[in-house]
Design a protein around this ligand. Structure first.
Ligand code: FE2
Ligand code: FE2
Length: 261
């Protein structure tokens, strides 16, 4: 099974980068299943229903989320019916959506789980390690891709080594910067600390650099803006998984600059 996993989609330019890159990547690389982190897809924060359906129509089979999962509260109104959407597993007292979802891909089960880290994150969640151990005690083995949405590379490595050999892949998201440490761990779990992002290349983690400087350095009010006319960048990984052992056999990074509109 060959899986394409896109990093955090940031705004319209990120969604357009998915639309532009997905068909050719799927065709040229022989991809069977596409996962993308959608926590920043709607104007940089959250995911509204229209953009959820838009990304699914572009060919994304499963969208994961992160600390911005509820930045568009309308998600409460559609997530229970959104079968292509997985929210963080270790939210406290959340009654909407699922943190782990299983898909049938030509008779092969692929499970996608989204977990949030705790280090340097403002949001309060339960222990990702305990939540993952509990989930693994409740499910049957299958191809299992885990999006670990966290800030700290060491927290991500601890989490991955804890469950090495018990899931097919741990793909880090949230920092929006692709790391150069993609590898297969000893037990057969594919790993990367952060897959990166899909959005404007020449900015601060997808946001227009001057709007970020004005706010962070000079304390001006306003929002982080997104330049939809900037150079679009696509960060992803392609992971190969043995259908019988559920172990990964390779993980390759994808780092593309799409044509400007
Ligand atoms: Fe993000
Ligand atoms: Fe995030």
């Amino acid at each position: 099974m060959r899986i394409l996993f896109y990093g955090d989609i940031v705004g319209k330019i990120g969604r357009e980068a998915i639309k532009a890159s997905l068909p050719s990547l799927v065709r040229s690389k022989g991809v069977d299943f596409v996962i993308a982190n959608g926590e920043n897809a709607t104007h940089g924060k959250g995911l509204n229903e229209g953009h959820y359906h838009q990304l699914v129509s572009y060919g994304v089979d499963c969208l994961t989320l992160g600390n911005h999962w509820h930045s568009k509260p309308v998600i409460d109104e559609y997530i229970d019916e959104a079968e292509h959407l997985v929210r963080p597993l270790n939210l406290i007292d959340c009654h909407h959506g699922l943190g782990s979802v299983s898909y049938d891909v030509d008779g092969v089960e692929i499970r996608v789980t989204n977990v949030m880290g705790q280090a340097f994150m403002k949001e309060t969640v339960s222990s990702p390690n305990e939540a993952m151990e509990k989930l693994l005690s409740e499910i049957d083995p299958c191809i299992h891709i885990v999006d670990f949405h966290a800030d700290s590379t060491s927290e991500k490595e601890v989490f991955a080594y804890l469950i090495d050999g018990r899931v097919s892949a741990v793909v880090g998201t949230h920092t929006h910067v692709q790391t150069n440490d993609a590898r297969i761990l000893e037990g057969g779990t594919a790993y990367i600390s952060d897959v990166g992002m899909c959005g404007a290349a020449d900015g601060v983690i997808g946001f227009e650099k001057h709007s970020v400087i004005n706010k962070v350095v000079y304390g001006q009010k306003g929002i982080f803006e997104i330049d939809d006319d900037a150079q679009p960048m696509v960060n992803a990984v392609i992971i190969d998984i043995d259908d019988s052992t559920y172990r990964a056999t390779s993980i390759r990074t994808v780092n593309l600059l799409e044509n400007k509109r």
